[in-house]
Design a protein around this ligand. Structure first.
Ligand code: FAD
Length: 498
């Protein structure tokens, strides 16, 4: 709505990446007026190409983007293959090992972000979101301690103002707007790396059925990702520890080739490949992937989601998952406040508590994963006891690296899927108990963590709800006085019986 020289919306979202487009869609689905201001013109380049099942089958199912994704022809990612830890040979995990991702949802995609992000943004438009590209947000409008809008330069360079009940900062890792919520951005001492990456044509593929897997290979200075984006195009990146930062200085072509020489597996996979040297994929790029989180995620009238709020090391491809999951949590908070059913403080405390817990799960998990002195079985076999999950060890590992909230359900077949789940769960538990008796292992600190255990249970429930709606069953709050998601997943409500 335009009044005088400014406009008014219910919500203004800064940035049209996966976080921004997901949040905008989930708020527009409740009938609110939502505007996305995006500084680029899509398609635009972004790194972060390996997705998790929780994003593809959970959140994108909720927004309705999953059907377009299925039509796009992205590489199917059935799991991950790692040359990691003490073992010299690569080892592989498959999403299908988890009862919650077995069957029709036992995969994610490797995506060209130029295509993926545009599909999500176009889906937001179809759901009623107004999207304006080439609009750069320059600041926020405050009134009485609360944020009430933004200023921006439109496509023609004119300064504009838009007022709103909520401003969402989804402007990614380059965000400067986040400072407006107060607090500070705290950088991790543990994860401080630099990534140098580019694209190759004609690289080798893992043998079927794992040819679409992400391949991660540790080497002396760090690790490589090797992501098959199509039958012939591969995204290749070296993540180098801070102590070895000089290895990514100077001419990037020479630096990347030297790093490839240091890693025999990647060198072999690229032995007949040629680097792409034209177009968006022709550039070699360097990114600091330092991990950080802001000490505040919201203030009255404003909330941070995705990379604007926090980021954790990319080895388990959690970035888009955290961006879209935080979008879901924040959308519930905004929808509930706009509906007048939950007070702002309670709604955003719920958002922040759940978001920080999800971030902590990946953070803690990744710290233990960087212990190179163990083999993969240490991660697998200790999972059941330490997560106190009702599921088995290997499943617990896979659920975590699938975005935690993974599930097998398919709405088109929800009832039989639920029955299948029960049956498979019982069979699998028996089989694993037997294996565990034969393979007693020492537990890693990760799985002793209660935050991991709690979040895994909650994450499963989120995913189940996305696919089953009300049939997902009742939730328990995650803290005393906390809220639970509504049946349709778009609001917070009081737990049953309160
Ligand atoms: P973004 O995708 O960055 O989107 C933000 C949008 O905001 C952009 O379109 C930008 O143009 C816009 N914007 C910025 N400023 C303004 C402004 N002032 N006004 C208007 N618009 C603005 N994640 C994975 O899931 N899988 C991976 O394999 C993976 N690999 C990674 C490898 C590396 C080396 C790094 C550094 C990250 C990786 N990530 C990965 C993380 C992933 O890139 C991010 O977590 C993800 O893109 C975050 O999404 P977002 O929506 O928060 O932000």
């Amino acid at each position: 709505m335009s009044t005088g020289n400014h406009e008014e919306f219910d919500v203004v979202v800064v940035g049209g990446g996966p976080g921004g487009s997901t949040l905008a869609t989930l708020v527009a689905m409740r009938g609110h007026r939502v505007l996305i201001l995006e500084k680029e013109s899509f398609p635009r380049y972004q790194i972060g190409e390996s997705l998790l099942p929780s994003t593809v089958h959970g959140i994108c199912h909720l927004t309705g983007a999953d059907e377009e994704l299925a039509k796009a022809g992205f590489t199917v990612k059935r799991g991950g293959s790692f040359r990691w830890g003490v073992k010299p040979e690569p080892w592989t995990f498959s999403f299908s090992i988890s009862q919650k991702t077995a069957g029709s949802t036992s995969y994610a995609y490797q995506v060209e972000r130029m295509k993926f992000d545009k599909i999500l943004l176009d889906n937001a438009r179809r759901k009623g979101v107004e999207v304006r590209e080439q609009c750069t947000v320059t600041g926020v409008v405050e009134d009485g301690g609360a944020v009430r809008g933004v200023t921006h330069a439109d496509a023609a360079g004119n300064e504009r103002q838009v007022l709103a009940r909520y401003v969402v900062d989804a402007s990614g890792n380059t965000s400067r707007l986040y400072k407006q919520v107060g607090g500070t951005r705290e950088y991790s001492e543990f994860f401080r790396s630099l990534a140098l990456f580019g694209y190759f044509e004609g690289g080798k593929r893992l043998p079927a059925p794992n040819s679409g897997n992400i391949l991660s290979a540790a080497f002396g200075s760090g690790w490589f990702w090797y992501i098959p984006l199509s039958d012939t195009l591969t995204s290749v990146g070296a993540v180098v520890r801070r102590e070895d930062a000089e290895k990514v200085q100077g001419d990037p072509e020479t630096a990347l080739m030297k790093l490839i020489d240091e890693c025999p597996l990647i060198k072999d996979y690229l032995s007949n490949a040629t680097r792409v040297t034209t177009g968006e994929y022709g550039k070699l790029r360097v990114r600091k992937d330092y991990s950080y989180n802001n000490t505040r995620f919201w203030k009255p009238g404003m909330v941070l989601i995705g990379d604007a709020a926090c980021f954790v090391d990319p080895v388990f491809s959690s970035g888009v998952h955290l961006a879209t999951y935080s979008a879901l949590l924040a959308a519930r908070s905004i929808n509930s406040v706009l509906a007048g059913t939950v007070a702002e403080e309670a709604a955003f405390t719920e958002f922040e508590t759940r978001y920080r817990r999800e971030y902590s799960v990946f953070y803690e998990f990744l710290m233990s994963f960087y212990d190179m002195h163990v083999d993969e079985s240490s991660y697998f076999w200790s999972a059941k006891k330490v997560t106190k999950s009702t599921h088995d060890e290997l499943e617990s590992f896979v659920e975590l690296v699938a975005g935690i909230s993974s599930a097998e359900f398919d709405l088109r077949d929800a009832e039989s899927a639920a029955l299948r789940l029960k049956k498979r769960s019982a069979e699998f538990a028996d089989a694993v108990d037997e294996l565990v008796r034969d393979n007693e292992r020492s537990m890693t600190p990760l799985f002793k963590s209660s935050v991991v255990s709690q979040a895994m249970q909650q994450g499963s429930q989120e995913q189940t709800r996305a696919l089953l709606g009300g049939d997902a069953g009742a939730d328990a709050p995650i803290f005393t006085g906390g809220l639970v998601p509504s049946e349709d997943g778009l609001l917070w409500t009081a737990p049953q019986g309160d």
